[in-house]
Design a protein around this ligand. Sequence first.
Ligand SMILES: Nc1ncnc2c1ncn2[C@@H]1O[C@H](COP(=O)(O)OP(=O)(O)OP(=O)(O)O)[C@@H](O)[C@H]1O
Ligand SMILES: [Mg+2]
Length: 232
Amino acid sequence: MIPEPSLQRLTIQQYERLIKNSEILSGGIERPKVFRDRSGDVWKIFRRRRRLTSDLWRPYAFRFIRNAEVLQKRGISTVKIKGLYETPHTEHWKIVHYGYLEGIPFEDLPFFEQRGFEALARWVAQLHQKGIYFRSLHLKNILWQLKAEQFALVDVSDMACFPKSLGVWRRARNFKALFRRPQDAHKLQKFGTLKFIEAYCDEAKLSGIREKVFLYLLALYNRGILKKGELK
Ligand SMILES: Nc1ncnc2c1ncn2[C@@H]1O[C@H](COP(=O)(O)OP(=O)(O)OP(=O)(O)O)[C@@H](O)[C@H]1O
Ligand SMILES: [Mg+2]
């Protein structure tokens, strides 16, 4: 088990000063969610939205931290945790402090589409091979790191990790996340959804029958995207 980092307190004044001197990356000025401080580090606020949620016994901030560490251990580039805070606003707020990742969100890489999508498909197959089921798999949460020539993940609170590679059912289901946002589905279609799946299969090297079941499930779960009979 990875130990949880110790919870430190931020006073309201410290919090307000931090926000005032930061660039908001997500959530807007009224209700900031992710922001970048003067030194370049990133902070993410986790607010409990409902009274009854699994956040009560497994706070999303803790999941975020644990997942980031698991990903690193499995050789996947992601955020490096620097601290965990709570503020006196309410006990339902936690704030995670982590390092900025140099990189460009995949969705902002129009020039890169051709080569990029094939590389992305192979990388997703590697994630699955490493037992990672990343539920927020969409093009805003995947960065391309130019210098290191690798993909990296942000927004890592919602994922499951398994000791072995994913079975075909989870692999196929995970594609739903890639097709969920219309802008992602559109980009994938422009590149060629079938080409993307081909590159994935080429990398995943599933045995004959497993590949058949995978393609069957893929068509089943993604009916709006893949036309009947398109995948053989
Ligand atoms: N460590 C980081 N390095 C570089 N960019 C980051 C980092 N963390 C976040 N970002 C940028 O900020 C954006 C928003 O962050 P994030 O995805 O964590 O929040 P979110 O999508 O608003 O949260 P949620 O998905 O929970 O609604 C990301 O898409 C990414 O472009
Ligand atoms: Mg996100």
